[in-house]
Design a protein around this ligand. Structure first.
Ligand SMILES: C[S@@+](CC[C@H](N)C(=O)[O-])C[C@H]1O[C@@H](n2cnc3c(N)ncnc32)[C@H](O)[C@@H]1O
Length: 393
């Protein structure tokens, strides 16, 4: 493909990504993967260039752009190589017309920027939300140790005890160490959220919103396969991804429990008042993960944020019923908004007099309200809010 054809293809893909964001359709990654699958004429260099152009254009626009071309024109204001390619050549984009729409820049739509600022995320912290995310691994202590593990490419330790950082784009899934379960891909922030659970061998631990089990696997390793580890979720598809991952990781203690939405306690009845710890990795806006999913900024609205907060409150109340006297619950969201972090744990503690907030001592992050917040700017992790509460004995 010519460089101009790559730009035009990126514009067309951006149109699809914008339409999908407006209709709650497929995420950008899936739209790109599908196009690559169906466009055999595009070689690996074309694919890499198109992916980079598309993501750079998404990052360049704050609010949702009116069109892919408007997004590309925005990017052209900072990337001088694009303008000359708007030349009307075969398969290339049409030349620039007078008064063409150029998308607005910025970090996010204005209402969301306001919410972030009110939550203490502005200036450099705001810019960092759109940087490129590093690629972190967790060494699975059921199979290996960070100090002695040999990997095919250089890897640097991060402040999480089992984490290693490798060059972004490294195809770790092809490494024998990945296939053998010695390593998992997991952001350092996510690993630190698991540390907050302080799961011990022999305990009964519930990972209430386990999804595909990213955190469950870290808890299994912390428990050294001893005790009971319940992985529950309402999403059958996500939960079904856990079993093969657990097998690869040698995590043998995990019990998966599919929950019925609104009737979660029916499947978890045996655990009422029994768990030493319940992790609530709650569904949220994902504002802390924009480095990986920058178009997620275009999918949020204020009503949706309020709905997330309601679900988070419900899950906190539900989890509290599962904890034994003296046990703990750990509340986590990958959001930087106080509405989904400090405000939620404050409400929980205000409504449950027999629970106390507990300070966490974590290798990264800074106190925010009744919890610890990790941010892409300060900690170079995904953004997380993590809080711990303990039930009186
Ligand atoms: C942030 S994701 C979890 C990610 C996962 N813990 C990991 O580390 O990979 C939130 C999960 O909550 C689940 N969820 C939503 N509503 C739920 C409910 N009422 N009970 C349990 N899980 C729920 C979603 O299906 C989703 O998998």
């Amino acid at each position: 493909m010519t460089p101009a054809a790559r730009v035009q293809t990126s514009i067309e893909l951006l149109d699809r990504i914008i339409a999908a964001a407006q209709s709650n359709g497929a995420p950008a990654d899936r739209i790109l993967a599908e196009w690559f699958r169906n466009s055999r004429f595009a070689g690996s260099k074309d694919r890499r260039a198109i992916r980079e152009l598309v993501y750079a254009a998404i990052r360049a626009c704050g609010p949702i752009p009116v069109s892919g071309r408007a997004a590309m024109l925005r990017l052209a204001q900072t990337d001088g190589t694009i303008g000359p390619l708007l030349d009307g050549s075969n398969y290339g984009p049409a030349p620039l017309a007078e008064d063409e729409a150029v998308a607005e820049g910025g970090i996010a739509p204005a209402w969301l920027v306001e919410r972030l600022e009110a939550s203490g995320i502005a200036a450099e912290e705001g810019q960092a939300l759109l940087a490129r995310a590093p690629l972190d691994l967790r060494v699975n202590t059921l199979k290996a140790e960070r100090a002695t593990l040999k990997l095919p490419e250089p890897a640097e330790p991060t402040p999480a005890p089992h984490a290693l950082r490798v060059a972004t784009g490294t195809l770790v899934e092809q490494w024998p160490e990945f296939r053998d379960g010695a390593i998992e891909v997991q952001d350092t922030g996510s690993q630190i959220a698991c540390l907050a659970v302080d799961a011990r061998p022999g305990e009964t631990v519930i990972d209430l919103c386990a999804g595909g089990g990213g955190k469950t696997l870290a808890l299994a390793a912390a428990m050294d396969n001893q005790g009971r580890l319940i992985a529950s979720d309402t999403d059958r598809g996500r939960l079904s991804r856990l079993a093969p991952r657990a097998e690869r990781a040698g995590a043998t203690l995990i019990e998966s429990v599919l929950l019925d939405p609104q009737r979660e306690l029916e499947a978890l009845g045996d655990f009422v008042g029994q768990a030493d710890a319940v992790l609530i990795d709650a569904p949220c806006s994902g504002t802390g993960t924009w480095r990986r999913n920058p178009e997620a900024r275009w999918r949020l609205d204020p009503a949706q944020l309020d709905r997330f907060a309601q679900v988070q409150d419900r899950l906190l109340d539900l989890a509290a019923q599962l904890v034994r006297p003296g046990g703990r619950l750990i509340y986590v969201t990958c959001s930087l908004l106080d509405l989904e972090g400090a405000d939620r744990i404050a409400r929980f503690l205000a409504n449950h007099g027999d629970w106390r907030g507990e300070n966490l001592s974590l290798p990264l992050g800074k106190q925010r309200g009744g919890g610890t917040r990790l941010t892409p700017g300060r900690d170079n992790t995904d953004g997380f809010f993590v809080a711990c509460a303990r039930l009186a004995c």
